[in-house]
Design a protein around this ligand. Sequence first.
Ligand SMILES: Nc1ncnc2c1ncn2[C@@H]1O[C@H](COP(=O)(O)OP(=O)(O)OP(=O)(O)O)[C@@H](O)[C@H]1O
Length: 577
Amino acid sequence: MNSLRNMTFMYKWHMTGQLILSFITALSIILQAYFLVTIVDRVFLKQAVFSDIIWMLVGLLAVLAIRTGSSYANDRIGIRMAANVKATYRRSLLDKFAGNPLMHSMQGQSGRKISTLLDAVDDMDSYFSDYIPQLIRTSIIPLLILGTAFTQHANTGWIMLITAPFIPIVMMIVGMQTKTKAEEQQEKLAAFSGRFLDTLQGLTTLKLFGQANKQNDAIKQSSLNFRDATMQILKVAFTSSFMLELIAMLGIGIVALELAIQLIIYERISFFTAFFLLVLAPEFYTTLKQLGSTFHNGRSSMGAAQKVTDALAESTLPVQWGDKHLTADATPPAIQLQNAGFHYGDDQFVLKGITADIPPYGQMAIAGRSGSGKTTLLHLVAGLLPVENGRMVVNGVPLSHYREKAWFDQLSYISQQPYIFSGTIADNITIGANVRASRADIERAAEQAGIAAMIQSLDDDYDTLVGEAGRGLSGGEQQRLALARAFLKKPSIILFDEPTTGLDLETERILQQSIKQLARHATVITVAHRLHTIKHADNILFLENGELAASGTHRELVDTVSSYRDMVRAQQGGRSE
Ligand SMILES: Nc1ncnc2c1ncn2[C@@H]1O[C@H](COP(=O)(O)OP(=O)(O)OP(=O)(O)O)[C@@H](O)[C@H]1O
C-alpha cells in the first residue's frame, strides 16, 4: 500500500536506527553461537577447566545482553513509529471531519466513522510495530548468517540459500489473499458497527413500528458476516504458519543431516564447525519465519490502511478559514451574502446564489415552504457549510479570511434540537461561555432563559446529570438550555431555528421574550415558521426551491409576491390577511 510505504519513508531516522540495531543483533547472534560452541567444544572435547572458559562465559553473557537490548530497542522504535503514524492518521481524520462537521455528521453512518477512526487506525499498528522492524531484521540477520555459513562450510550455505526462498514465496501467496480478506473484514466490521449504532439510536422508532425483531436478525446477520470474515483471515493465518513451520523444520533438518554426514561419515569438518552451523541454522530460519508471520499482520494492516485512506479521500468540501481576527466590539458585524450558493452533492438539493444584506442589529427572517432551503441557508451563514461560487462578507472581509474561532465566538446557534452533552446541567450551559463562567453567571443565564425554576426543582439542581449519562430533557427544555448558553455567551449574532412543532404557550412566550432580550445587543437571523416572527422581522428572505424568490418586509411581500401570500394564507389556516 503506497500510503503506508510513503509514510514509512517519512521516518528515515527511525529506519536508520533499526538498521544499525539489526546489524548489532545479527553480530550478537553469530558471536553468541561462537561463544556457546567454543565453551562446549573446550569443556567436553578439550577437557578445559572453569578458569579456561571464564572469559568466554563473560563474552556469552555480554552478547546475550547486547542481543536482548538491541532487539528491545528495535521493537521500541517500531512501537514509537506506529504510535506517531496512528496519531497522524487520527488527526487527519478528525481534521477531515471537523473541516465540514455538519456534512460529516449528516453523511454516512456514525458507527462506520467510529470504526474507521478507532479500529481501522488501530489495526494499522502492526505494520509499523511488527512488520517493518522484522523486515529490516530479516534483510540483515539471515544475510550475515549465510555469509558466515559460506565461510565455514559452503554446503550448509548452499542448502540455506536454496531452501530460504520458499519462505518468501509462501509469504507472497498468503499475503495476496490476506490483504483482500483483511479489506473485507474491515468492511464487515464497519458495516456491523454502523448497523448496531444506527439500530441503537432508532430503537424507539423500530419498536413503534414493530420492526425490532427484524432488525435483531439484521444485526445478527451482520455480526455473522464479520465472524466469517475473521475466521477466513484466521484460516489463512494458520495455514501460513503451518507452511512456514514446515519449511523451516525441513531446512534445519537438511542442514543437520548434511552436517552429520560430513562430520561422522566423511569426517571432513570439525565438531566446532558442525555445532556452530547447527546453532546458527535455526536462527536463520526463525528470522525468515518471523517475517512470514509479521508479513501476514502487515497485509492485514494494509487492508485497514485502505479503509482509512478511502475515508480521507472522500470528497467533502471543507469550510475555509483564515487567520484574521474579528474583534468583538459593541456593534455586531455587518454581513453580506454575495451570490452565495451551496449544493449537497451531485443531483442533490442546490441553494442558488443568494444575495442579501444583513446590517448590524438586523432582525432577519428566512421563510419558505418545507424543503425550500431555509436551514441550509442558516448553516451557510453560520459557517457550518462552505459557501460555493459567491461569498459571504463580514465587515467588508470574506468570512474565509477570519479565524474559525473568531467567527464562532460571535455566534450563538439555537437549533431545533440543541445537542445536550453527557454531563451536568451547569456543564451544558458553560459550553456557551467564551471565558470562565462562575456559578452565579450560569444561574443568571438560566434565569434569563426561563429555565432556572425547572432546574431548581431537580434534586441536584445545576449538578443534575443530563444527556446520555443522565435524565432526558423535553424539546422545550433543550431549547431553553441552548438559550441559557446564548445568554452566558452574549453573542453579537444569533441564529435561531424556530421550532416547527407546537410548544406550550409558556415555553413559546419564554422563547420569544428571550430572543427579544438577546436581540437588543445582537443581529438575529431566524428560520421562521411562525407568522408572528415573520411579521416582526425587518427583512424577510423568501425562498422557493433553493432560490431567493423575493425579499422585503412582510407587508411588501404580501403586496407583491403571490406565492408568499399563499404561504401566509396556508399558515393562517386558509384565512387571508
Ligand atoms: N445532508 C443532506 N444531503 C442531501 N440533501 C439534503 C441534506 N440536508 C438537507 N437536504 C435537502 O435539502 C433541501 C433543503 O433542506 P432544508 O433543511 O434546508 O429545508 P428547510 O426549508 O429548512 O425545510 P424545513 O422547513 O422542513 O425544515 C431538502 O430537499 C432536503 O431534503
